[in-house]
Design a protein around this ligand. Structure first.
Ligand SMILES: *Cc1c(COP(=O)(O)O)cnc(C)c1O
Length: 354
């Protein structure tokens, strides 16, 4: 750190992304990326003309992309905002709506507490129940920004739509942000509720279910006024936030419904057979509606298992927080990836005493 850094950033603990190794030597199951090639239709649109157009700034309104998202979800274009990854949308939302603080679960996406610190919002941490489920009743009338990932990050547990509605209903005085990064793998989106609750902000991403993590595109679905608030922040920060090529890829990926259905179905099927395999190996896993599974084994701690897997060429994610440190989080890759994981995990466990 330099002597010039703003004082309030001295104690900020930045988000630590999962490792992105430079070589392809690892079976990479650590950052919940999609194992399948992006939509071929989308990729076919990256023509010489599209590249020539890079001379020009991108469309700050992202009209074409927002139109495709709006059509897909049956909402108006004014109900959609897009960002440079959903992380950027989350940042805009924290800047816009966390003036009176923010609350979120103890076990969830690690970025929420970083954004709270960056934007100077007081964070209230609400513990999940013993079984890692969200108790919606604990979030009533918070008078601050409420943030829930659904399915939840790090657990994969899906909170039923009726409970999401309870959150929106019981917090009429503040914004309820539902981060649906994983919803396509086993949940139902709350988007159908945005007409009923003007305080409900849905955030989704192209990174997980549409194989475009590296393109950096995320979006928000909400009442027009909430979207206008997000745009107010965007136009005060980076009006051209989605680059031309990513906008083309994302629009086409949203339109390529059959590709999307096929690849998400494969991942869900792989998750279910992987869960069954884990059980046979003696793991206990949190039931997941996402594209990852949190699993622990009584013979080995989470940190040790992470290290031993890494030595053997498999990258998973381990989190040091007390409630989940016995676990490793394993992203769902191809069936072959999961076969290699299971074989390697079995070797490690068989070689571990008691
Ligand atoms: C992956 C993830 C994001 C970030 O997605 P990007 O669109 O790639 O920025 C946001 N929220 C949760 C819960 C995630 O798991």
């Amino acid at each position: 750190m330099s002597e010039y850094l703003a004082k309030d950033l001295l104690t900020l603990a930045p988000y630590v992304p999962g490792e992105q190794p430079k070589d392809g030597a690892f079976v990479k199951l650590n950052t919940n990326e999609n194992p399948y090639f992006p939509s071929r239709y989308a990729v076919s649109l990256i023509t010489d003309k599209a590249i020539d157009d890079l001379r020009l700034y991108s469309d700050p309104t992202c009209a074409a992309l927002r139109g495709a998202i709006a059509a897909h979800y049956g909402v108006g274009e004014k109900n959609v905002a897009v960002g440079n990854g959903s992380d950027e949308i989350l940042a805009f939302a924290f800047r816009a709506f966390a003036e009176n603080g923010v609350c979120f679960p103890d076990v969830t996406y690690g970025f929420y507490k970083v954004f709270a610190a960056l934007f100077g919002a007081a964070a209230e941490i609400v513990p999940l129940r013993e079984d890692f489920t969200v108790d919606a009743a604990q979030y009533a009338d918070k008078k601050k920004l409420v943030v829930i990932a659904n399915p939840n990050a790090q657990t994969g547990i899906y909170l039923p739509l009726s409970a999401v509605e309870t959150l929106a209903e019981s917090n009429r005085g503040s914004v309820v942000l539902v981060d649906e990064a994983y919803v396509d793998f086993g949940g139902e989106s709350a988007v159908k509720l945005i007409g009923k609750y003007d305080n409900l902000l849905i955030v989704q991403t192209f990174s997980k279910s549409r194989s475009l993590a590296g393109a950096r595109v995320g979006f928000a679905l909400a009442d027009e006024k909430l979207i206008a608030d997000l745009e107010r922040v965007k136009y005060s920060f980076n009006p051209y936030n989605v680059n031309r090529l990513s906008a083309i890829l994302a629009k086409a990926a949203m339109e390529d419904v059959s590709y999307f259905a096929d690849s998400t179905e494969k991942i869900v099927r792989t998750r279910e057979s992987f869960a069954a395999e884990l059980k046979k190996l003696g793991f206990s896993a949190i039931p997941s509606s996402a594209n990852f599974i949190m699993a622990k084994h009584e013979k080995i701690g989470g940190a040790a298992l992470y290290e031993k897997l890494k030595t053997r060429g498999i990258l998973v994610r381990h989190f040091g927080e007390e409630r989940i440190r016995d676990y490793v989080r394993v992203s769902i890759g191809t069936p072959e990836n999961m076969r290699v994981f299971c074989e390697t995990a079995k070797e490690i466990i068989d070689g571990t005493k008691g």
